[in-house]
Write a protein that binds this ligand. Structure first.
Ligand code: GAP
Length: 448
């Protein structure tokens, strides 16, 4: 049975608690476009930060890049996207719904059973025009991947970083694909964010580096608290490989609709640099000072989706539990991913408690994403924080006015400890760095 929760519950939690809203909702929404709300934007930022930390900050063989979304149209000719980035599309002759041919099992429309047209190729790139004249010559594309920005900047990155190969270029940014059948919430959308690494290596060392990155990327999800049993690796069959790929593995996650791709790791060989050399006339080969040889580097590419990762982390963290006869919904997110790290909750809105509670809130804000909530009962406020995955709630009560101590309540264990206000920040900092929490057995054993 896939995942421990169905998608409707996740969609509903996301709407209720400010993670994800339908785009342009007051106009009835826009198909497969979503907006990240106050909690979603924090979670998404935390996922991207965790990726950047692991891929760029903690390594000396990867540099960052932020290239433009619109690129010279020749880039997409060279990359093969103009000619090959297409899905076979069929249309129902009765209800006129369009489907990816690969989704059709029995040659009939899945919606109404009507007859389907012959497949025709449909290019997934969004087109627009640059400048005031809408003509063929001014056509530009919204990038369908960030990768090409790294290939065309290969020489710039090598020269300015003064680093030798193996060298990676990493980028996080928006990509656009005019998907025929988007769906499953933020799993497949027409606008999404990529986290991509292009890792340039000497030919002959590519297979070892490919194995390294497949393992490294699989473990990244586990290090961030994802359950190992919900992850698997799947190698692409020959017929399935993209036009540029020599080999490819998908990291798959057990989503509510079944095992589906979370990230792809491809060995792209020398396809990209060779193509750009051919189309631009600029030699993109690399002189290797160590071996005294010149070659076109091979590329290993781990390519992940931010939105898909956010969805997988949400699903994996979701849990319904019973506490003292009441149901509680909790997101057991690892603290580094949790949108809010701490919630400051005065026991009530009593005017004697408010000044101290506000003071505690102000003290914590510079250190952690902290929220302040004094509306409704304390029980309801705990539930709200559980639902957004806040690891710690700090409660200020009347006793706090006497002894300058507050209560820290832990999301997962529900344990409560009392600490002096002057030690609060330090205590929370220690607890927050004490990752991971209780959820992941693999991590727990690793930590020992
Ligand atoms: N540069 C290689 C590349 O783009 P891909 O397998 O097409 O490879 C990589 O995409 C990842 O990007 C996928 O594993 C997925 O996480 C994410 N992704 C791709 N298309 C998507 C879409 N339409 N909506 C959301 N995420 C998508």
């Amino acid at each position: 049975m896939p995942a421990n929760v169905d998608m409707e519950k996740i969609v509903s939690l996301c709407k209720r608690r400010g993670f994800v809203f339908p785009s342009s909702e007051i106009y009835g929404g826009l198909g497969s476009c979503w907006d990240y709300g106050p909690m979603g934007v924090e979670l998404k930022r935390n996922v991207k930060d965790a990726w950047w930390k692991a891929i760029v900050q903690e390594r000396d063989d990867v540099v960052g890049l932020d290239s433009s979304i619109m690129m010279h149209p020749q880039v997409w000719k060279a990359s093969g996207h103009v000619d090959s980035f297409a899905d076979p599309l069929v249309e129902c002759k009765s209800c006129h719904l369009r489907w990816r041919a690969s989704e059709i099992n029995n040659e009939k429309c899945p919606q109404c059973g009507g007859k389907l047209t012959e497949p025709r190729m449909f290019n997934l790139m969004f087109k627009t025009f640059m400048g005031p004249v809408e003509e063929e010559a001014s056509t530009v594309y919204l990038r369908p991947e960030t990768a090409q920005g790294m290939f065309v900047n290969f020489e710039n990155a090598v020269t300015t970083s003064r680093k030798r190969l193996p060298l990676g270029i990493a980028q996080i940014g928006k990509s656009f694909r005019n998907e025929i059948t988007p769906g499953n919430f933020i799993f497949r959308t027409r606008e999404f964010e990529h986290m991509e690494l292009e890792y340039f290596v000497k030919p002959g060392t590519d297979e070892a580096w490919f194995d390294y990155w497949v393992k490294e990327r699989f473990e990244w999800y586990i290090r961030l608290g994802m359950r190992k049993e919900n992850l698997r690796l799947r190698q692409h069959g020959k017929e399935e490989l993209a036009h540029y790929a020599k080999d490819c593995y998908d990291v798959e996650y057990l989503f509510p609709m079944g095992w589906s791709e979370l990230e792809g790791i491809a060995n792209r060989g020398d396809y990209d640099l060779t193509q750009h050399t051919k189309h631009s006339g600029k030699d993109l080969s690399y002189y290797d000072g160590e071996s005294g040889t010149r070659y076109v580097p091979y590329v290993i590419e781990p390519s992940a989706g931010v939105d898909r990762s956010v969805l997988a982390f949400l699903i994996d963290a979701y849990s319904e539990e019973e506490v003292e006869g009441e149901k509680r919904v909790v997101l057991h997110l690892q603290p580094s991913l949790a949108p809010m790290k701490v919630a400051v909750l005065p026991l009530s809105r009593n005017e004697k408690l408010t000044p101290l509670a506000r003071e505690v809130y102000k003290q914590l804000c510079p250190s952690f994403m902290t929220c302040y909530d004094d509306s409704q009962s304390i029980g309801r406020r705990y539930r709200r924080q559980d639902e957004i995955g806040t690891p710690f709630c700090v409660t200020i009560d009347f006793q706090s006015l006497e002894d300058n101590q507050v209560t820290i309540r832990e999301r997962d264990s529900l344990a409560q400890i009392r600490v002096p206000i002057e030690k609060l920040e330090k205590t929370l900092r220690a607890k927050l760095s004490d990752e991971p929490f209780e959820k992941t057995p693999l991590w727990a054993t690793r930590q020992k």
